[in-house]
Design a binder for this molecule. Structure first.
Ligand code: GTP
Ligand code: SPV
Ligand code: MN
Length: 592
């Protein structure tokens, strides 16, 4: 085995700090995976599900206080506070290392430290980056084995002198007061302690692919984004790719795995899933933007997933899947709110308590059996719509970039920006209602630029500038759009049916990229004419369509005030181009 001295001495250093009883290298073999599963089953860390109904599937429950990313305990640790910017929590590196070391100290006594070498992106591709995660959790190891390419082949590419992101994780005692998720972009290092939940501990995901990744991307001139990538195959056989950024739990996995509604299937449309959460994109020699999905698995939201909303996800999670914080049925299968069929008569809920569907919580609302942020971890290749270009080392060419949020009011179903610069403004000012994917007040509207608010590893204003520069460097930049599947009526009912029907909007988006669909120029951008959307087979009254596409000047003017406030916090860092865009928007809204 090739020895990387820097890796060896870093592992030694971490072992001295955490004091594990032993160190085990993850080689990526089935044999080792089986042994780890058996061990975790023996300790109760995971439970094997019904092997007839859910072969290769396992069940895990996190601690009750540890069920979503903890953004308030997540820090960007740079020497200069300005580098982290006003939207990130910041700690000076020295203080951060010291604070976390106190918690890491001896935290692995009586435990094994697993060494997981992994590659984000196909092993050896120009896009790819290597990381090594050290963890004391078998649950983390088993998830990482699904989520990223792990093991010896990665060490071979790393070689004797290759660089890698140093990811240290310990559950420690899972105490919220002793939990920290720390990023050190200057040292290419991540330290996470005190949690056992997904995005806090699968360090390849949000921590490396986005926070450290975005900082690398700025330096190296590419983009690391919280985006799905999908291919739309048109009746002619032509496939065009769309990258879309929606905040957590706002529909990326669903859109990425979309099944065309009947009307459009008949037309001959087909969807190819390239990625559902993260996109790394570069400008290729043709002057266009190309993207890959750096991951190898899905860590998807379970509640709401069923054979109608997302049949591809349901097919994906039938085997070799880890279910976290869902309801455990008496027959050792799983259930969650919004799954097909009736709720089971009884089961064990995500907290580990006996559950029946008639139980109520303190507010007299039905007591959920699964946590709203319950997740499945499943291999990418099991998805029936998995793109045949998924592992292509050049990735796929991106025709359109789509931003979207969850907004009951204001944002129409879809609109197109006037230019790349305007599109960056649209992304920079997007907002969404808070979901269960992070701690905080549910439903509160917050600005979430490019769906990266919790994931940008440096000053968000500098990130806007980076986006502007990327556009200037491209010969043929993708067109930029904004969508909102979540517009509601006065009763709180969704106006748009969503899910598969969203393809109707993608069709318009791609037609626009080719200059083949009609639109009206409004103050906020191009909005479809009602006839330019193919709504065949959808029984939506014209009044609803009108409402979905309506741009309310007064509401948008109020929005510009809130955007100005949002921009103000960035001071000198904010690119002038975005202030110009805000002024132009206001002018268009006032003068029509
Ligand atoms: P993360 O994994 O947290 O990044 O989430 P995500 O963006 O991948 O969201 P996901 O696709 O898992 O969807 C989250 C929730 O939104 C689920 O409960 C879905 O059922 C719901 N959802 C997704 N698409 C639509 C849609 O078009 N309309 C409506 N009304 N709900 C949707
Ligand atoms: C998200 O919250 O955007 C997720 C889940 O994709 S987590 O991995 O927890 O970040
Ligand atoms: Mn996500």
């Amino acid at each position: 085995m090739i020895k990387n001295q820097v890796l060896e001495s870093w592992i030694k250093e971490c072992a001295t700090l955490c004091q594990p009883d032993s160190i085990v290298w993850i080689d990526g073999s089935e044999q080792q995976r089986d042994a780890l599963r058996a061990e975790a089953c023996a300790t109760g860390e995971i439970l094997q599900l019904n092997p007839d109904k859910l072969p290769g599937c396992y069940y895990h429950r996190t601690a009750k206080n540890d069920v979503a990313r903890t953004e308030h305990l997540t820090y960007i640790c740079t020497t200069d506070k300005d580098e982290a910017g006003p939207t990130n929590n910041w700690m000076p590196p020295k203080e951060a290392y010291q604070k976390a070391a106190e918690i890491f100290k001896g935290s692995m006594r009586g435990r094994t430290m697993y060494v997981i070498p992994f590659s984000l992106g196909p092993v050896g591709s120009v896009f790819s980056k290597i990381g090594v995660e050290l963890t004391d959790s078998i649950y983390v190891v088993l998830n990482m084995l699904i989520m990223v390419r792990c093991g010896n082949e990665v060490l071979e590419v790393l070689g004797e002198s290759g660089d890698f992101t140093r990811c240290l994780h310990s559950k420690a005692d899972l105490d919220e007061k002793r939990r920290l998720i720390l990023h050190f972009p200057e040292d290419n290092t991540i330290w996470s302690v005190g949690s056992g939940y997904g995005g806090n501990v699968l360090l390849s995901k949000k921590c490396m692919a986005l926070r450290i990744g975005s900082a690398m991307a700025r330096k190296e001139g590419w983009l690391a984004e919280h985006m799905l990538i999908l291919g739309v195959e048109a009746p002619s056989g032509r496939i065009e790719y769309v990258a879309a950024a929606f905040p957590s739990a706002c529909g990326k996995t669903n859109l990425a795995m979309l099944v065309p509604p009947e009307g459009l299937t008949r037309k001959g449309y087909r969807i190819w899933t390239v990625g559902d959460d993260i996109a790394w994109m570069r400008i290729d020699t043709d002057g266009k933007l190309w993207g890959i999905n750096p991951e190898a698995g899905f860590f998807g939201v379970a509640p709401g997933t069923n054979t109608k909303t997302n049949p591809n996800a349901m097919a994906t999670v039938r085997r070799n899947t880890i279910f976290t914080n869902v309801l455990l049925r008496d027959n050792k299968t799983v259930w969650w709110e919004g799954m097909d069929g009736d709720p089971p008569e009884s089961g064990i809920d995500w907290k580990g308590d006996h559950w029946t569907p008639d139980m109520l919580d303190e507010k007299k609302k039905p007591l959920p059996g699964a946590h709203p942020n319950a997740r499945f971890t499943a291999p990418f290749t099991q998805c029936p719509s998995a793109s045949f270009r998924w592992e292509h080392h050049h990735g796929v060419p991106i025709s359109a970039v789509v931003f979207g949020g969850r907004r009951a009011r204001l944002a129409p179903l879809v609109y197109q920006s006037y230019s790349w610069q305007h599109g960056v403004f649209v992304g920079a000012t997007m907002a969404s209602e808070r979901t269960a994917a992070q701690y905080g007040k549910l439903g509160e509207v917050r600005r979430d630029p490019m769906a990266m608010l919790p994931f940008c590893g440096y000053n968000t204003a500098d990130y806007f500038q980076h986006w502007l520069l990327m556009g200037q460097r491209m010969k043929k930049p993708p067109k930029i759009f904004h969508v909102n599947w979540f517009r509601q009526d006065e009763e709180g009912e969704y106006l748009w049916p969503g899910y598969g029907e969203n393809l109707r909007v993608l069709e318009w988006v791609l037609d626009r990229c080719r200059g083949e669909a009609d639109a009206v120029a409004t103050p906020i951008g191009y909005v479809p004419t009602p006839d330019s959307l193919d709504l065949t087979g959808l029984e939506l009254p014209p009044k609803i369509i009108e409402e979905l596409l309506r741009v309310d000047r007064q509401q948008w003017l109020a929005e510009t005030d809130s955007v100005r406030e949002f921009f103000d916090q960035f001071g000198d860092h904010l690119p002038h181009a975005l202030v110009d865009e805000l002024d132009s928007l206001k002018r268009r809204l006032v003068t029509g």
